[in-house]
Design a protein around this ligand. Sequence first.
Ligand SMILES: *Cc1c(COP(=O)(O)O)cnc(C)c1O
Length: 472
Amino acid sequence: MKVPAQSGLYRLLPSVDELLQQKELAPLTESEGRAAVIAAARTVLADLRSEIGQGTLDEQKVTLAVDSIADAIVRRLRTDLAYSLLTVINATGVILHTNLGRAPLSEAALQHAREVSTTYSNLEFDLDAGERGKRDVHVNRLFARLLNSAQREVSTVVVNNNAAAVMLALNSLAEGGEVIVSRGELVEIGGSFRVPDVMKKSQAILREVGTTNRTRIADYEQAITERTRLLLRVHRSNFQIVGFTEAPALEELVALGNAHGIPVMEDLGSGALFDLQHVGVAHEPTIADSLRAGVDVVTYSGDKLLGGPQAGVISGRKDLVAKIRSNPMFRALRVDKMIYAALESTLLSYAREDFDAVPALRMMRIPAEQLRTRAEALAQGLQHASSRYSVSVLPAESAIGGGSAPGATLPSFALALTFDGMSAHELTDALRRAETPIIARVGDGRVLLDLRTVFPEQDAIVLQALVRLAQQ
Ligand SMILES: *Cc1c(COP(=O)(O)O)cnc(C)c1O
């Protein structure tokens, strides 16, 4: 058969107008919008033109492609109009996984956010006075309740994330002046949060003291000048310094600050309201511990150990928090009503001591034995369904994550799998592409599914996805 000139092949392609008349596509211009259907049709036509241009298609192939062009356009449209942000199943055992959205929100938090966001709300309206109010009040009262101690009254403001909180606090309290930090705390949290860079951007001057492993209170004292505005402590969220180490206690830093009239700020990072000692993790300070030690201002994330929405929280001395609140940068960093609603709801769970209502805390508190039982049930179901899997239940270690308690783990159990005809890495790839993507780890040549971070109602979905893979 003689292949016509390429220009002849282009003529076989229908026009966008002709395509829109086709019976498969005409109704879609109603349901999905004309613009979206036209865009999908143009993409499919452009792909075909490019293939013709490359000389990869003969007349017969072009004719076949044109015959099924409506299907191709419908598929394209479905992809174009599908969500990109999806629910995934976290089988990594890392509870606060930054790549997977950190803390899952509670049903109550979401319901409250839905209620106040789908209608109007009193976000900045004082219902008693009938005049303009401040959005801060909705959570300030709860933070005060959870953090106030006998000696001091705590004020709180909320911004977009903890990076913003640190930046805003430094700029408000130390712009143009010096901030003293130990060299052992000049950390990088990841995603470009580096203490020296944040300091520079906030227009404060970093004054580093001590060494990587040892900093004494005298090092801070010797660095104090009339330019000093702040003593800063930064939580080592993602690493530990062990061996020949020294750092002054928070109380010593506070005493030094008091003696010189210089406030002490602590970037807690994770910021626990719930004492992790209850789940066997020692040495993770709570927000209240820091305030009780006399720290003037603490900053922390809303979606790490707190278990709420993404936010940065600044709590501390009333006058300093008021100064931070009056910084014009606050307006650029403030958060939306949905965040206030989710945060308010999360804090109410703490006020009620209903820790299981906060999903991240619930996951930390699940006894390992419960996870073993679930893993064994899954293992049995899978062995029943397919002989292509070799399945066992192994002890595992879940991590809290989110820069809290580095190195601390919780005992857990994992479903360990190998699959006939696929390597462990191929199997994790396939699980990631499941209808509800499942994110798993590989260890010792096996795929490991740690059930601590899998919601119990997701066990059935995991089983179904694994069985489906075996049937392909
Ligand atoms: C996580 C963390 C941050 C950054 O917080 P985001 O809420 O991610 O902006 C800053 N400092 C410390 C010590 C942290 O652990």
